[in-house]
Design a protein. Structure first.
Length: 608
């Protein structure tokens, strides 16, 4: 029986169906009047038949919710849906399919869509039954063979529905079409904005999207995207396809005899394009091609909504929300008053923003620096001998950070000491000889040697580099530069205190006019995104910095160390975002003041 076979397959396609029946008129009251039942004829159908009066009065699908009481061992309440869906069985008969399914109320739209597809399949089955056999007795007496076109359509759709993954469903679809009909190759492209992206090719799990074949396929699909019903292209008419360049290239480069391009639509919107190629020359026949095109058009009516449903199921939350919003806006625009309600609502909302005030704060990039930064430099030309600390380490005032090699200084000191002793011996000899003039000269040389020795001692003391204050080393690491030469005055370390900081704000030139000394604000660091630090502006626009086409002004602000949370450990170099409170402005001013300022400058530049 066609109806019974159709109901069996429908219940296998829809998950968790408990009971289902088909009636050929809406006045049926018992299961004896049902044309088909599932899973058997002994089922209790009282709940289903209660939906028929409402279906008859409403004329559209009816969905009611039924909850099954939990068993003593299981306290979970099972939620069920009872759905009555109208069917067109013949020109003079209006029936219905009634199902009871375990599902949530939020799933009723999917179930109704699946019943809609099932109704389409049933109509396809009935179209292939002779008119004199389209009565109840004949429908129950004769069933089409497995190679019947209706079963081919159903097998393709059922194979796609069995795939949970979207890409897997597309690959299954093209492979199934090649198996059922004598196509050499089938490709499917999905609409992505204004372009079409080839997603699946029969018997090809992987392909290069940049190859000439895929590019030609994508172009050919785009050419028929807005052509409902599809088009047949023959290789014998290739020279006449000037307006279908993509199809022309496919016919020439791929050495095929003919091809069919068919858009798949959902709610009059093309969601995908199917491309079917013939290799055999016998298919270069207009009559034969028209038959396949007619079959594919029937299949397209089923596949369009199915692919759209798969796409929606694989969308992200944001993409789904955007799609629903566009649909809502389209519905409003197609209403009785067109776009007038949208325009009026937008103008009203824009007018309200001019009367609603909120805080205006200038947002800037912020960096923490030590209020005092002391440099430790090389006192003379020399070499690194030892390193005791490096950047990031805490250090006390007077503590050694590094040691320069002092061996040359020690040798120099020994040389001057030897000269001093020599000068002293000469001085005593001249005194004994009563040569007072020469003695005074030697005495001056002794004094010069002593000065040289004092200078060497001073340099020896400075060979040990010590911290000028207590704090943290913010720059400098000589542990990997032992033995490296340094020059006099070269900065080796920078030290900053731990209890005195300032905040450096990079203020854009468009916002610098709003800032003044004494304004307050807040700072949020990347290291502490959950805590806000109060700021007070101390100096505005000290220096400027050019970055590309923008100019930034350095502005300094202070923070109150005493009011910081105990668990917050500030360090120089920390970055974050600072916001300086300027005052209250309207929402309209906040949204459009930059555009208005730009327009004023542009207009002024063109005025004489």
């Amino acid at each position: 029986m066609i109806i019974q076979n159709w109901l069996d397959q429908l219940c296998l396609m829809i998950p968790n169906v408990q009971v289902a029946i088909v009636v050929d008129h809406l006045d049926a009251r018992s299961h004896q009047q049902a044309m088909a039942c599932w899973p058997n004829k002994t089922i209790n159908t009282d709940v289903l038949f209660k939906q028929l009066p409402l279906l008859k009065a409403q004329g559209s699908p009816v969905v009611s919710i039924a909850k099954q009481s939990p068993a003593e061992s299981n306290k979970t309440i099972i939620e069920k849906l009872v759905i009555a869906y109208p069917l067109s069985l013949s020109n003079a008969s209006a029936g219905a399919v009634l199902i009871e399914v375990v599902a949530k109320a939020s799933q009723q739209s999917i179930l109704l869509q699946m019943l809609k597809w099932g109704h389409s399949w049933l109509q396809l089955l009935l179209q292939h039954v002779d008119e004199n056999e389209q009565n109840t007795g004949a429908l129950q007496a004769k069933a089409p063979p497995p190679e019947h076109p209706s079963f081919i359509y159903f097998s393709i759709v059922q194979a796609v529905l069995a795939c949970a993954d979207h890409q897997q469903a597309l690959m299954t679809l093209v492979n199934k079409i090649v198996t059922c009909w004598p196509f050499e190759r089938v490709a499917l492209g999905v609409v992505n904005g204004q372009d079409i992206e080839v997603k699946a090719i029969s018997h090809s799990a992987h392909f290069d999207g940049r190859s000439n074949l895929i590019v030609n396929m994508s172009q050919a699909m785009a050419e028929v995207k807005d052509t409902p019903g599809g088009i047949y292209f023959s290789a014998s008419e290739c020279d006449e396809l000037a307006s279908y360049v993509g199809h022309q290239r496919l016919l020439v480069d791929s050495d095929i005899s003919a091809l069919i391009s068919l858009p798949l639509q959902d709610n009059d919107q093309t969601v995908a394009v199917l491309l079917c190629e013939f290799k055999d020359k016998t298919h270069d026949n207009q009559q034969l091609a028209s038959q396949y095109l007619a079959k594919l058009n029937i299949l397209a009516g089923l596949l369009g909504p199915l692919i759209a449903l798969h796409q929606r199921g694989n969308q992200s939350v944001s993409a789904h929300f955007a799609g629903r919003s566009r649909a809502r806006l389209t519905g409003l625009q197609q209403g009785k008053f067109g776009r007038l309600p949208l325009i009026a609502g937008f103008i009203l909302l824009l007018g309200l923003t001019g009367f609603i005030n909120t805080d205006f704060r200038v947002a800037t990039e912020a960096t923490i620096e030590g209020r005092i930064q002391r440099a430790v430099v090389a006192p003379f030309d020399g070499y690194i001998d030892m390193a005791f600390a490096r950047a990031g380490e805490l250090i006390q005032q007077g503590e050694a950070i590094a040691q320069l090699d002092d061996q040359p200084l020690q040798l120099e000191k020994q040389g001057w000491l030897s000269k001093k002793e020599e000068y002293q011996n000469q001085y005593r000899q001249e005194l004994v000889s009563l040569n007072h003039a020469q003695a005074q000269i030697i005495k001056a040389q002794i004094a010069q040697a002593e000065i040289q020795i004092a200078q060497v001692d001073s340099r020896l003391q400075r060979a040990k580099l010590v911290s000028p204050l207590s704090g943290v080393i913010i720059e400098g690491d000589l542990s990997r530069s032992l033995g490296a030469p340094v020059e006099r005055g070269q900065v080796l370390f920078e030290v900053a205190p731990l209890d005195e900081y300032r905040v450096v704000l990079k203020v854009h030139e468009q916002d610098i006019a709003y800032l003044q000394k004494g304004q307050t604000g807040s700072l949020m660091l990347k290291a502490y995104p959950k805590q806000s630090i109060p700021l007070i502006v101390e100096q505005v626009a000290i220096v400027y910095e050019q970055e590309g086409d923008y100019t930034w002004y350095r502005t300094e602000a202070s923070i109150d160390q005493d009011n910081l949370p105990s668990d917050m450990l500030l360090r120089p170099g920390m970055e974050g975002l600072g916001k300086i409170e300027v005052g209250e402005k309207s929402l309209a001013w906040l949204g459009f003041h930059r555009l208005v300022d730009w327009f004023r400058l542009w207009f002024w530049s063109w005025t004489p």
